[in-house]
Design a binder for this molecule. Structure first.
Ligand SMILES: C[S@@+](CC[C@H](N)C(=O)[O-])C[C@H]1O[C@@H](n2cnc3c(N)ncnc32)[C@H](O)[C@@H]1O
Length: 253
């Protein structure tokens, strides 16, 4: 059974930040010593009015020098907004990305980090981002490629759980498709790949990730089957290697 990206996002995030936190944990096994949030921070304009949409737990902002910016954080989830209210000196609004409660030309920078693929109509959100950006403002949007984490996502079908997938695979809002979409609303579109894979030394983080994307819990038998597959790979390769494919798209208003 397929569900819409937005229904999936509600299921995943509306009442809990636990799934996001569990999914982020596996990225501590990154092969790139530069943390993803530091990669993004290095490409953010240092000053002005900055908006993050779908800001999740707001972790990005502990990696950013905010001394010369005014920060606004939004998310549609009350559970996420509860986290965002703990970010110092940030204004928080609970709202949908496609209906931002801001006047036109309110911001110098809009950040959409790993959230466009949760939307049924990403073009509507991009129109909204263009509306709230000032002329000359910047958009930074991160999405994943179609082959992102393929080894991990192959496990679901192998254990009889083809539902264990990421929404990106369903609505094709990916590194391959989003740059064209962004170019309909912005100029100067650039796409930069974050060079990193994951090298996971034990099955537990992989199982925790799978559990975080499961609409219904894994049975003990499914869990044991996934564990055996990961252990076999670690026995052969010394690690469970997962390819990542993440890009940061930047564009001018
Ligand atoms: C994968 S998380 C990324 C969170 C954060 N940007 C980060 O990089 O850590 C996606 C976030 O988008 C939010 N989200 C999903 N659909 C949304 C929508 N329609 N409007 C606003 N936020 C949404 C979710 O609640 C979640 O916090």
């Amino acid at each position: 059974m397929t569900i819409s990206p937005s229904s999936r996002a509600v299921q995943q995030y509306a009442t809990t930040s636990g799934n996001l936190t569990a999914r982020m944990a596996i990225h501590s096994f990154s092969t790139n010593p530069q943390h993803w949030f530091d990669f993004v921070a290095a490409r953010l304009p240092a000053t002005g009015d900055v908006l993050e949409v779908g800001a999740g737990t707001g972790k990005l902002w502990s990696h950013v020098d905010r001394s010369r910016m005014r920060l606004t954080l939004t998310d549609f989830s009350e559970a996420m907004c509860a986290h965002l209210r703990t970010v110092d000196d940030a204004t928080v609004h609970r709202c949908d990305a496609a209906g931002l409660p801001f006047a036109p030309a309110s911001f110098d920078t809009v950040v959409a980090n790993h959230m466009l693929y949760h939307l049924d109509d990403p073009a509507a959100a991009l129109r909204e981002f263009a509306r709230v950006l000032r002329p000359g403002g910047r958009l930074l949007a991160a999405v994943n490629g179609r082959d992102h984490m393929a080894e991990l996502l192959a496990l679901g079908p192998l254990i009889g759980r083809p539902d264990l997938t990421l929404s990106a695979a369903r609505n094709d809002v990916t590194a391959e498709s989003v740059p064209h979409l962004v170019a309909s609303h912005f100029t100067g579109v650039t796409v930069e790949r974050y060079p990193s894979d994951l090298s996971v030394p034990s099955p537990d983080p992989v199982l925790a990730f799978l559990s975080s994307i499961a609409a219904t819990p894994l049975t003990p038998a499914e869990e044991a089957a996934a564990r055996a597959l990961v252990e076999a790979r670690i026995a052969t390769d010394g690690t469970f290697h997962i390819h990542k494919h993440t890009v940061l798209i930047t564009a001018d208003r």
